[in-house]
Design a protein around this ligand. Structure first.
Ligand SMILES: [Zn+2]
Ligand SMILES: [Zn+2]
Length: 389
């Protein structure tokens, strides 16, 4: 079969295994070449779907995604139980660690670090923790959140200078410093793909988030009695467990993914827009939160605002990664393998001919299982194999 879009020979299939373009004449929406209705890392989803796990955990197949979703929900239920029981200190600790620990399990599960777990984890999560400690201690020196200026409008009475520092200066400083550990990863040449950069950036951002939360709440953790009346803590806990780590992880993930793109010689509008989007989203998140808290607005609206910002950030990451996966599809040679997404036995180069998944986003174990295919690539029937339960 000859692909309509890249004019290369490829095995019969719904998708071209070389360029990933959709081949069918079926009436699916959108362009066949950019196939935005089939996100390259998870073809069952549209690119513009703000889903957390398929975006920030791109190497996981269907079943694993569900396991991680359930683990996350169980963790949130645990935070809720601790809150209801009045164990706020424990709830803060679980909230701060929930997403970072899930990410650590993911890195292990997908073996994203291949043969170098110590170096990769040290320079991503570990580096993020170190940057988080340094930056958060520095922030405490330049701005002490407990010195409020009296305000005629009531509320906490934060000054204009305070809003500028908390809402603008600190987010920009953080976004400039958080990617540094991943940037200096010594063996980064072994991880050339943008999807690797994204994952390393998310890991660094989550390491930062742990340090920031634990230092930021150190007074509370030290002074709060272990058992108190639950009060209004639930809103802060939701921010700490869900939106703060997702913001810190995805913003740095996007910036490091852009650095990886730049190293491959690609720095177009989409990449520069990615850096701008990460910084703007962080500023919008922090400024909005500070101003709404100060104005005494219903905390539920603050959570909605944080969710909207994080959702927009996730969608931008998916566009960046989708087009990176389509553009970076080098010819990996035709190999027999099992697609981690649709579980078909396939003969493929860069993309699964059956479901269109970009195989550069496959877990390391699947990549290592590729066996070179010597026969002519023309006959490559996709045979279903027994699905795992
Ligand atoms: Zn093609
Ligand atoms: Zn597939």
């Amino acid at each position: 079969m000859r692909c309509d879009h890249c004019a290369q020979d490829s095995p019969d299939g719904v998708f071209c295994t070389r360029c990933g373009a959709h081949q069918g004449t079926t009436l699916e929406s959108g362009s066949a070449k950019t196939r935005e209705h089939r996100y390259a890392a998870h073809p069952a989803e549209h690119v513009a779907q703000p889903s957390v796990f398929t975006t920030l955990f791109p190497h996981l197949g269907h079943n694993k995604i569900h396991e991680f979703r359930w683990a996350f929900i169980a963790g949130l239920a645990g935070v809720l139980l601790l809150y209801v029981a009045g164990l706020i200190t424990a709830a803060i600790l679980v909230s701060a660690l929930l997403v970072p620990v899930l990410y650590l399990i993911y890195l292990y599960e997908a073996q994203v670090y291949r043969d170098e777990p110590a170096i990769v984890l040290g320079f991503t999560i570990g580096g993020g923790v170190v940057v988080g400690i340094v930056v958060t201690l520095f922030e405490r020196v330049i701005y002490n959140p407990f010195q409020y200026f009296p305000s005629p409008f009531g509320g906490a009475g934060i000054s204009v200078g305070g809003v500028l520092i908390l809402g603008l200066l600190i987010p920009v400083i953080q976004e400039a410093l958080k990617p540094i550990p991943a940037f200096f990863l010594p063996n980064r040449a072994d991880f050339p793909e943008t999807v690797d950069g994204l994952v390393f950036g998310v890991a660094a951002g989550l390491g930062f988030s742990v340090a920031e939360t634990l230092i930021g709440f150190s007074n509370t953790l030290a002074n709060l009695p272990p058992h108190v009346a639950p009060g209004n803590w639930i809103y802060d806990l939701a921010t700490l467990a869900i939106f703060q780590p997702l913001l810190q992880g995805s913003a740095t993930g996007m910036i490091v993914a852009t650095i990886w793109r730049f190293r491959r010689g690609r720095l177009g509008g989409r990449e520069i827009g990615g850096i701008a989007m990460a910084v703007i989203a962080h500023v919008a998140f922090s400024t909005g939160t500070v101003l709404m808290k100060d104005a005494g607005i219903n905390p539920l609206f603050i959570l909605v605002w944080q969710a909207v910002v994080v959702g927009a950030l996730l969608i931008y990451i998916r566009y960046l990664l989708h087009f990176s996966l389509l553009e970076e599809a080098a010819h990996m040679g035709f190999a027999e393998t099992i697609c981690p997404n649709c579980h078909m036995h396939i003969v493929a180069s860069g993309f699964c001919p059956n479901c269109g998944m970009a195989l550069s986003a496959a877990p390391t174990s699947v990549r290592r299982g590729r066996r070179p295919h010597t026969e002519p690539a023309a006959k490559a029937p996709a045979k279903p194999v027994a699905k795992k339960a």
